[in-house]
Design a protein around this ligand. Sequence first.
Ligand SMILES: *Cc1c(COP(=O)(O)O)cnc(C)c1O
Length: 416
Amino acid sequence: MRELPPTAGLPLHWRDLAGSHASLSGCLARMLGVEATLTTCSGTAALVIALATLSADRSRHEVIVPAYTCPLVAFAVAHCGLSLRVCDLEDGGLGMDPGELASLCGPRTLAIVPTHLGGRVVDIDPARRCAARWGAAVIEDAAQALGARHADGTPAGMAGDIGFYSLAAGKGLSMYEGGALVSRHPDMHARMQSAARELAPARRLWELRRSLELLGYAMFYRPRGLSLVYGRPLRRALRRRDVEAAAGDVFSARIPLHRVGQWRQSVAARAALRLPAFQQALREQAQVRMDRLRGIPGLWIAGDADGAQGTWPVLMLGLPDATTRDRVLDELWHAGLGVGVPFARALPDYACLRGIVPGQAAPHARDFAARVLTIGNSPWLEDAEFARIVAVVEHACRGAARRGPAGFIATAPATA
Ligand SMILES: *Cc1c(COP(=O)(O)O)cnc(C)c1O
């Protein structure tokens, strides 16, 4: 059976497995216009190393993250023994609400983590202003945004004090599990490098496991292989009504920390040569397909901050209300077309994060979690398949319009 991926990762070619002489860290450094980058065993590990570096010499212990983000971010904060503060999303957008952010910041704030969710570039100026006022650091979560740019041309991930990227399966460039950590301050880079040496030593068994998984990724990350490794477990989770498993949100609180071996790095370095062209193709495909979605009444389409240029692993939509979103998911989540959600819930609503995430209102994040839908922007998604998705979304939105406005977005004009 044919199965499309939920996000458009860069597929590996067999010849990538022969590796390359170029270093991954050098490749990424050139892309990002920085002296050097640190390769880590995951995006989460990169965040752990960043937080550990920052907290080494300060009395601050609070980390502010958006209330809708990857649950691994919360685990990373807890792993470092720091306190999590969640900031609601802004009304009708993906950034943190600037007013709430300002009220959360204070002398105990260690870091603020603005997040480019789904490759959409958010404005990080509010985070920078708060951080400057209180002497905190800005860590840009560019896990899904390697290759994106802010409006002034700065690469996403390079506009704060520290930035990190995920090289996990399905997140653009991948070495199955991996990450990259950057800072535009050379002294910060050096301190993170020594923290990484200490926190993430070589572990042969982990590297062996990840190497086999990378081979599996090369083999199965294609429409035929994915039905076995992604589609079957997905449909099993949906039959159990386990939305967290279906969204891929079931994580262990124990974060593996180890060095990444040369072979996996060299595979990713070779694949990285194809990344710019791949991302350009995704961008063009996204533009055309967003135009098609724009005419649908009541549908909100996530775009970038003014002038910014994101990456396009998915098209991210806000349906008019939760009922409508769930109707679309009922029809499409199991259908092998790459339709799904970024994360199942807002952070305060995960049972696995109780004790880590303070119970908090976060109404916009909760509303967003209930209405968001993603369409994987894979080049494998054919026009006829996309048309089938659009038909379902359009039909559901028309039903919602008949039921009347349900929230701010139902009455707001669609924006890019
Ligand atoms: C995937 C992701 C992470 C974690 O990256 P891993 O490489 O999976 O550890 C962090 N933040 C966001 C927004 C992500 O999407």
